[in-house]
Ligand binder design. Structure first.
Ligand SMILES: Nc1ncnc2c1ncn2[C@@H]1O[C@H](COP(=O)(O)OP(=O)(O)OP(=O)(O)O)[C@@H](O)[C@H]1O
Ligand SMILES: [Mg+2]
Length: 261
């Protein structure tokens, strides 16, 4: 099977800092891949390069065999890659349904001129989008919040709304930056189930996550980076027992309660 997403020798410098250095890995269609590493390792920077926010200073990125290196963010989205951010970015005053509907429009199928005329095809498309938004809300157990303002909801629910919004755009792949951050144990267990459900619906998943329970339970493959370089890659059991990974996590002197457990 050929890879859906391929990074070949990707790197970026910020001034003198090599934030990501000659990083290569692949994500196959239908896989759940986790990118992990200590704080500041370069994980979000990798996501920013894939989604066109940052331009790599070396290497190449391919999606479905097409070179998407340094493609603009809206074109990466149009190609079928949607993402969430490490900190929540919803329209706070809009309802849950409106937030998800906004996501539907990130990959429009209609031509620009169709929007100027009220063509039957356009009305049909609007009806389809509304139906899809409701279907996604049902799938993520958000339907009872459909008309609540996003900002009024508990944090864990807002996180689910973000996930719903990425799905609304009918992506081929979603990229999640710390989806379990700030969730309680029940919510993170539910998140793992949600991620499996998303994958089973045909969407490939790449995630950055510090919650090792989530990572170890969902990931088919784990890529570990430290100081921008790949130090290990393999299944959960390989990673759990990898001496370099243990060293990278335990050898730090900050006091975050993370670890490869
Ligand atoms: N725009 C930027 N300009 C300068 N340095 C940056 C920029 N973005 C990221 N960096 C630096 O690149 C390194 C990697 O940062 P990044 O945010 O990718 O880490 P991370 O692995 O996502 O960490 P965390 O787990 O804390 O989210 C850090 O040293 C960071 O300060
Ligand atoms: Mg980050």
């Amino acid at each position: 099977m050929s890879a859906l997403l391929e990074l070949h020798g990707v790197g970026i410098r910020f001034g003198g800092l090599r934030a990501v250095d000659r990083l290569s890995f692949t994500v196959d269609k239908g896989q759940i891949v986790a990118l992990i590493g200590p704080n500041g390792a370069g994980k979000t920077t990798v996501f920013n390069m894939i989604t066109g926010v940052y331009r790599p200073t070396e290497g190449s990125i391919r999606f479905e065999g097409q070179d998407i290196t340094a493609r603009r963010p809206h074109l990466v989205a149009a190609a079928g890659i949607m993402r969430t951010f490490q900190t929540i970015r919803l329209f706070p005053e809009m309802s849950v349904l409106e937030n998800v509907r906004a996501g539907c429009h990130l990959r429009v199928r209609q031509q620009w001129w169709q929007g100027l005329l009220s063509l039957p095809s356009q009305r049909r498309e609007e009806a389809e989008l509304a139906e899809r938004a409701h279907e996604i809300l049902r799938r993520l157990d958000l339907d009872r919040f459909a008309h609540d303002r996003a900002v009024s909801l508990p944090y864990g629910v807002q996180r689910r709304v973000e996930l719903a919004r990425t799905l609304a755009a009918d992506p081929k792949m979603i990229i999640l930056d710390e989806p379990a951050a700030g969730l309680n144990d029940n919510e993170s267990a539910a998140l793992s189930e949600t991620i499996f459900g998303i994958r089973d619906s045909g969407i490939t998943v790449l995630l950055v996550e510090h919650d090792m329970n989530v990572v170890m339970s969902v990931a088919d493959k784990i890529v570990v980076i430290n100081f921008g370089q790949k130090i290990a890659e393999g299944g959960p059991d390989d990673i759990r027992n990898d001496a370099q990974v243990i060293e990278a996590y335990l050898g730090r002197d900050d006091d975050e309660e993370e670890g490869v457990s």
